[in-house]
Design a protein around this ligand. Structure first.
Ligand code: FES
Length: 149
């Protein structure tokens, strides 16, 4: 029986090699290119998606390991780009080059789902593993705080 996976509320057959990272299944197979490749080693956070609601690094996750699970990518976070985080991101003019920002938002989405009233330290701790080479950290932090309100 073929394996399947739910991505942004649609079911897909996993018809690729079992060891293909979820990131490449999303990008190359489904053309969901909002999720980015940064380090490929689980270190930068650019590839973050939600796995059953929890922030997960898709570059080090074999697609076969998440068969039967539900994945949300930046494309599926909201119907019209109007998730509170996306609104806060725009209002705070967070991105500079933008490359890491989908991963930042998805990491924040997983975090805020478990902590609706985060402290400043909570936000720092939750977001510290997502690297931004432009150094937009203060704006990211403000946007996460704004979205939590
Ligand atoms: Fe996955 Fe860097 S590309 S953590």
């Amino acid at each position: 029986m073929s394996k399947s996976i739910v991505i942004n509320a649609k079911s897909y057959a996993i018809d690729v090699p079992d060891d293909m990272p979820l990131l490449w299944f999303l990008r190359d197979k489904l053309e969901l290119t909002g999720t980015k490749f940064g380090c490929g080693m689980g270190l930068c956070g650019a590839c973050t998606v939600l796995l059953d609601g929890q922030a997960t690094r898709s570059c080090v996750m074999p697609v076969s390991a998440v068969a039967g699970k539900s994945i949300t990518t930046i494309e599926g976070l909201s119907a019209k780009g109007d998730h509170p985080l996306q609104i806060a991101w725009i209002e705070n003019k967070v991105p500079q080059c933008g490359y890491c920002q989908a991963g930042q938002i998805m990491n924040a989405a997983g975090f805020l789902a478990t902590n609706k009233t985060p402290s400043s330290d909570d936000i720092d701790n939750a977001m510290q593993g997502n690297i931004c080479r432009c150094g937009t950290y203060q704006r990211i932090k403000q946007a996460v705080a704004d979205a939590a309100i």
